[in-house]
Write a protein that binds this ligand. Sequence first.
Ligand code: FES
Ligand code: FES
Length: 164
Amino acid sequence: MTRYDAHQEVEVSFVLNGKKVRGRCTPRVHLADFLRHKIHATGTHVGCEHGVCGACTVLVNGAAARSCLLYAVQVDGAEVTTIEGLKPDDAEFSPLQTAFHEHFALQCGFCTPGILMSATDFIRNTPNPTAEQVREMLSGHLCRCTGYEPIVRAILAAARSSAS
Ligand code: FES
Ligand code: FES
């Protein structure tokens, strides 16, 4: 296991949304802060900073993860996807983002990047979800605006369109 000096900056590099990025930080900097303050990828939001609200969710090697609970050094060499990398290059939005737009599944949008990242992983692993399964997945995310129902409808619609 690598041993770090808490006060000594180290180099961190990983693939972010298909492009190699690198930066220096102390080992105690969490991934969300590294993304926002070192890489200036500010689409990932930070709410509670202790793993509860889900706002900071990103994909690490394809799996949803709380970037406030990961140190940046833990993703050295990994593939990280954030909201900035969700849409295909040749489209304005991903199908999931389009479904959120069409179903009015966001208001202030603070929770939205994290929910979209979790939902991306969820639909990949649960191609034909029930509303109950979507609600269970959403139990890891706090949204103060929408009442969740439009979000459930949007995720179900996106899952249906990617299955067809
Ligand atoms: S900021 Fe990471 S879960 Fe709330
Ligand atoms: S849309 Fe405002 S917190 Fe979810």
